[in-house]
Design a protein around this ligand. Structure first.
Ligand code: SF4
Length: 387
């Protein structure tokens, strides 16, 4: 069965506030019946607030619309993100005054406030989910869509999977990408060859293994699977697709465990697909966007909304002029995010796996909440009135 995904396109006919993204977000909030679902409830609005001087995060104007809808419905909203993102959030425009609600760290001010849920996967033994999220009655997953170095794409699933977990869990989640061996010493004849493999990576993805002086470690986030390293000594160094997939799988499981802390029907998802920079907002900077704006999406199905965003951006081209020099288009195969982060980081694999574990449905019914009208040149005004 297909799930509705409500979409506010980035296009408009008139230069009119009623056709802007804040207005379309309002329409999406109506479609999601936010006001009818939150009365007297503690509503966690999970965001990525970025760090340092990153400004491509979701604009406070849009956040305020979501907060207002919750307040209108009699809910008690709070915005939440990891402690190191909440700290300094005011420098990026996020304050109680601008947003209309408090901002709390999702795992406590010391990153120590979390509930452990057992889960076994590639060395991981539990998820430590932030207490403020666990104790909330309703969840609005308000995610900024962008590229991600470890999974190529980051949206609603990533926002929950990493952004609601303690630092210890986040570290172990990243470690699952090192579970299957990729350096095979038996095929590496000597130290010179080991060094040659390390130096063969033009992206600095291969480093010495801190735990093993004779070993090599792969920074999966920097690896775009150009496969230059595989040509030094056959079979000695082989980036494993299973490891890249495992990171996407563990994100799905993590998001599922976060959602399991909410009653059925008490979570909804909004993806803001604007300012799509090539890396995560946690970098603390905003490289230029490299993919065209795709608008605002809303759904009660986390898989459907991710699938819809991916489909609507699948025919985008990566803006090479805006791409930082340390990122490169390796091959134009798969989704455009894979062009720069690597073919093994397949965002469609993530949605397929998410569907497989019961997180939602990839089948969706896209509802354009305000289709673009025919432009009316006579009635165009210069100074816009408020929405
Ligand atoms: S596949 Fe390419 S990017 Fe990845 S480690 Fe090897 S050389 Fe570096």
């Amino acid at each position: 069965m297909s799930s509705p995904v409500y979409w506010g396109s980035p296009r408009q006919a008139q230069i009119s506030p009623s056709e802007t993204l804040p207005a379309k977000l309002d329409l999406i909030l109506d479609k999601l019946h936010i006001r009818d679902r939150v009365k007297d409830r503690q509503v966690a609005i999970k965001m990525h607030l970025g760090t340092n001087v990153g400004y491509s995060v979701i604009h406070p104007v849009l956040v305020r619309r979501v907060v207002q809808a919750v307040l209108d419905g009699g809910g008690k909203p709070f915005v939440t993100d990891l402690p190191w993102c909440v700290e300094g959030a005011h420098t990026r425009g996020y304050t109680t005054e601008t947003l209309g609600c408090p901002i709390y760290p999702s795992t406590g001010y010391k990153d120590q406030s979390a509930s452990a849920v057992p889960f076994t996967f590639r060395g991981l033994t539990e998820f430590q989910i932030g207490t403020p999220v666990v104790e909330a009655d309703f969840l609005i997953d308000l995610a900024h869509v962008k590229g991600h170095p470890s999974s190529s794409y980051g949206g609603a699933i990533k926002n929950l999977a990493l952004g609601c977990m303690s630092g210890a869990t986040r570290g172990r989640m990243h470690d699952v990408a090192h579970w299957d061996p990729y350096f095979f010493k038996e095929h590496c004849p000597d130290e010179a060859t080991r060094v040659a493999i390390r130096e063969s990576c033009p992206f600095g993805a291969i480093v010495d293994d801190k735990q093993d002086p004779d070993g090599l470690h792969l920074h999966d986030d920097k690896c775009n699977q150009c496969m230059r390293c595989t040509g030094i000594a056959p079979g000695a160094f082989v980036p494993q697709e299973s490891n890249f997939r495992a990171f996407m799988e563990v994100m799905n499981y993590a998001a599922q465990h976060v959602l399991n802390t909410f009653e059925p029907g008490c979570a909804t998802f909004i993806n803001i697909a604007n300012n799509q920079i090539p890396v995560c907002d946690c970098y603390g900077i905003s490289p230029m966007p490299v993919m065209r704006d795709a608008g605002v999406f809303g759904s009660d199905d986390i898989v459907a909304i991710e699938q819809a965003v991916l489909d609507l951006t699948a025919d985008s081209a990566i803006d090479e002029d805006a791409l930082p020099g340390v990122l490169a288009i390796i091959r134009r195969e798969g989704h455009p995010w894979q062009w720069i982060h690597g073919i093994y980081k397949d965002p469609y694999y993530q949605t397929a796996h998410a569907e497989q574990i019961g997180l939602g449905s990839r089948a969706y019914n896209l509802v354009d909440v305000l289709p673009v009208a025919v432009p009316d040149f006579k009635h165009e005004t210069y100074i816009a009135t408020s929405v």
